[in-house]
Structures are given as C-alpha cells and as structure tokens.
Write a protein that binds this ligand. Structure first.
Ligand SMILES: Nc1ncnc2c1ncn2[C@@H]1O[C@H](COP(=O)(O)OP(=O)(O)OP(=O)(O)O)[C@@H](O)[C@H]1O
Ligand SMILES: [Mg+2]
Length: 161
C-alpha cells in the first residue's frame, strides 16, 4: 500500500508568489521525482511549473502546450531535465502510457498537469499538488495543497512549510 505522508497547505497571494513557491519546491526535487498537478483552468499549474523550471535551471520557456502533450526541457546546469506533460486532452491511461514517460521517469523530474486519476499509476512515490482559488472574485489568492505520497516524501516537505 502507498503511504500517504505529510500534507501541507500554502497560501499563495499572487502569480509571482506561485513562481517563487515553484523555485523553492525545485530545491527539494531530484531525478526520478513525479509531481501530479490538479486544479481548474487557470488555477496556476503552469505558473507553478515555470517556477520549478526556473529553480531547476532548465531550458525554457515552460508554456501551456497547445498541441504538444509532453515537452522535455533539458537542464542548463547538469541536473535533471524537466518533463512537462499536459494530460488535459488524453483519453485515458493507455494514451498516457503511449507517451512512454517511463523511459525518462528515473532521470528527469516529471510534472503532469491534469494528471489526477491518471498519472498516479506512474510511480509509487509522488507529490500530489492541488491548487484552488479563493472565494469567487475575491483576489488572486490561491491555496496550494501538497501531499507527499510514498517513502521518498516522508518528512521531506518539512522545509517547505
Ligand atoms: N496566486 C496566483 N497563482 C498563480 N497564478 C495566478 C495567481 N493569481 C493570478 N494568476 C494568474 O492566473 C493564471 C494561471 O494560469 P496557468 O496557465 O498557470 O494555469 P493552469 O492551471 O496551468 O491552466 P490550464 O488548466 O489552462 O493549463 C495566470 O494568468 C496567472 O498570472
Ligand atoms: Mg497549464
């Protein structure tokens, strides 16, 4: 059984803060890590990924893919690549499986937007990140909930909180 580790919630007032959170999160990441991002259209999944990309020092830009479902951003610093996947248009696990993410999963940091209910099958250890908006129309505020699943993340989120 998978072990659901710590869960933390971080309040993120602006898109700048979302990028900054991504940079901080990147400091915890290493090759083999999987992040599954959940949240409505425009919640900030790509913005968070941009911050992570900045922190990982990968070749950008990290964009919202229109037709490209998976994009590989090589490291500019000798670290892991970032594999950025947008699963929005995928029909199911078979199509995700067809992307052959397994091939790069061990060497890269893999981030799957819209991966909920789909990408969990890729790895026992992962971060499940859910971004929600504040009260309608109130502000740009987002709440980011991060759950560390598996041994890899036992206690590893402590520094982020
Ligand atoms: N606190 C915030 N955090 C993140 N983004 C914010 C915040 N406040 C405003 N924004 C804006 O909301 C938008 C988020 O867009 P983004 O592409 O990151 O969302 P997404 O979740 O990836 O959407 P999609 O489901 O279309 O892929 C951006 O225009 C960003 O500037
Ligand atoms: Mg996006």
């Amino acid at each position: 059984m998978t072990n659901e580790g710590e869960s933390i919630v971080i309040e993120v007032p602006t898109s700048e803060d979302m990028r900054a959170l991504g940079v901080r999160l990147a400091g915890l990441l290493r090759a083999g890590d999987l992040l599954v991002l959940t949240g409505d259209l425009g919640a900030g999944k790509t913005t968070l990924t941009q911050g992570i990309g900045e922190g990982l020092k990968i070749r950008g830009p990290v964009t919202s893919p229109t037709f490209v479902i998976a994009r590989v951003h090589p490291s500019l610093a000798g670290g892991p690549s970032l594999v950025h996947v947008d699963a929005y248009r995928l029909g199911g696990f078979a199509e995700l499986d067809d992307l052959d993410l397994d091939a790069s999963l061990d060497e890269a940091v893999t981030i799957v937007e819209w991966g909920e209910g789909l990408a969990e099958g890729l790895a026992d250890d992962r971060l499940e990140i859910t971004i929600s908006r504040g009260p309608a129309g109130a502000s740009e505020q987002r709440a980011v909930k991060i759950i560390g699943v598996g041994d890899r993340w036992t206690a590893a989120l402590r520094d982020l909180a």
